[in-house]
Ligand binder design. Structure first.
Ligand code: NAP
Length: 279
C-alpha cells in the first residue's frame, strides 16, 4: 500500500497527500472516503460548507482505523467568524463528524467585516479548549497571514490555498515558510484543466506515470507542500496516492513551475480577498 510522507509544520505532522471531499455528498461520499482510506490515505479534508461531514465521519467509523491514524481537517465558513459563531460552527462540525476533536480546524475564507484579531482569537480558543489539535487558515494572502500570525496565541500550522501548475503561489509559499507553516494545495490538479498540457503529457510518458501523478509528485516534492486531490473514481483515488515511488529532476520541477500563467486561478468568488501578485 502506498504511504505518504508527512510534512512537519509548527508541531503538526501532516500526511503530504490528503483526500479532498468538496462536492461529494450522501452515500457516494461515504463510499469514496472509504475507498480512499482502504487505499492508504490517512488525511481527509472536509468543511462545514461541503455538507458532508456526517458522511466523512461515517466512513471513518466504518474503516475500523483508530482515531489517531487519520488526520481529519474541517473548516469554518467565512460567514461564521464572529465570536460565538466560530465556536458554534466548530462544535457542529465535531457533532456531525462524530469526533471529540479534529486534527486541524481552518478558517475557510477571511471575512473583511470581522477583525482578524477577533477571528484569530476565537480560532486559538478552539485549540486551547481541545476541539482542534491544530489550527490554521485558508485563502489568506501573505499580508493577511502575517496579520493572523501576529494575533495568534497558538501556532497556525497551515494556509490552504489554490495551487497547481497553472497558478504561481510563490509569495504565499514564502510567507508560510517564514512562519514555519505548511502550504496545502487545494484544487491541486487544477480541476483537470492541465491534463492535456503537452509538457505534462511528455513528462508522464517519460516516467511511465499519469499526468495526475506527475502534478501530485511536483506538489509533494516541494518542501512544506501538502496536496488534497479529489476524485470520485476508485482507480484515480488509488493512483493519486501512488506518487512516492519516483522522482522528478530539478529541471523537470522547474519546467512544471514554469507553466504558471497570469489567468491560471480557478476560484474567484465575490468574497475573495485581494490576492498576492502572481507571475
Ligand atoms: N479551502 C478552499 O477554499 C478549497 C477550495 C476548493 C477545494 N478545496 C479542497 O481541495 C480539494 C481538491 O480540489 P478540487 O476538488 O477543487 O479539484 P482537484 O482535486 O484539483 O480536481 C478534481 C478533478 O480531477 C479529476 N481527477 C482526480 N484525479 C484524477 C486522475 N487520477 N485522473 C484523471 N482525473 C482525475 C476528478 O475527476 P474524477 O472524480 O473523475 O477522478 C475531478 O474532476 C477539494 O475536494 C476540497 O477538499 C478547498
Amino acid at each position: 500500500m502506498p504511504q505518504s510522507h508527512t510534512v512537519q509544520a509548527n508541531g503538526a505532522s501532516i500526511p503530504a497527500i490528503g483526500y479532498g471531499t468538496f462536492t461529494l455528498s450522501g452515500e457516494a461520499c461515504a463510499e469514496a472516503v472509504g475507498w480512499a482510506l482502504a487505499a492508504g490515505y490517512r488525511h481527509v479534508d472536509t468543511a462545514r460548507m461541503y455538507g458532508n461531514e456526517a458522511e466523512v465521519g461515517q466512513a471513518l467509523k466504518t474503516s475500523g482505523l483508530k482515531r489517531d491514524e487519520v488526520f481529519v481537517t474541517t473548516k469554518v465558513w467565512w460567514t461564521d467568524l464572529a465570536p460565538g459563531d466560530l465556536e458554534r460552527s466548530a462544535e457542529g462540525s465535531l457533532k456531525r463528524l462524530g469526533l471529540d476533536q479534529v486534527d486541524l480546524l481552518l478558517i475557510h475564507w477571511p471575512n473583511p467585516a470581522v477583525p482578524v484579531a477577533d477571528s484569530t482569537a476565537a480560532l486559538c480558543r478552539m485549540k486551547r479548549q481541545g476541539l482542534a489539535r491544530h489550527i490554521g487558515v485558508s485563502n489568506y494572502p501573505s499580508a493577511l497571514l502575517d496579520e493572523a500570525v501576529r494575533h495568534a496565541t497558538e501556532p497556525l500550522v497551515v494556509n490552504q490555498v489554490e495551487y497547481h501548475p497553472y497558478l504561481d503561489q510563490s509569495t504565499v509559499k514564502r510567507a508560510c515558510e517564514k512562519h514555519g507553516m505548511a502550504m496545502t494545495a487545494y484544487s491541486p490538479l487544477g480541476r483537470a484543466a492541465a491534463f492535456e498540457d503537452p509538457t505534462l503529457k511528455a513528462l508522464a510518458q517519460a516516467h511511465g506515470r499519469t499526468v495526475s501523478q506527475i502534478i501530485l509528485r511536483w506538489h509533494v516534492q516541494q518542501p512544506g507542500v501538502i496536496a488534497i486531490p479529489r476524485s470520485t473514481t476508485r482507480d484515480h483515488i488509488i493512483q493519486n496516492l501512488d506518487v512516492f515511488g519516483f522522482e522528478l529532476s530539478d529541471e523537470e520541477m522547474r519546467r512544471i513551475s514554469g507553466l504558471a500563467r497570469p489567468n491560471g486561478r480557478i476560484l474567484e468568488p465575490d468574497f475573495a480577498p485581494r490576492w498576492d501578485k502572481t507571475s
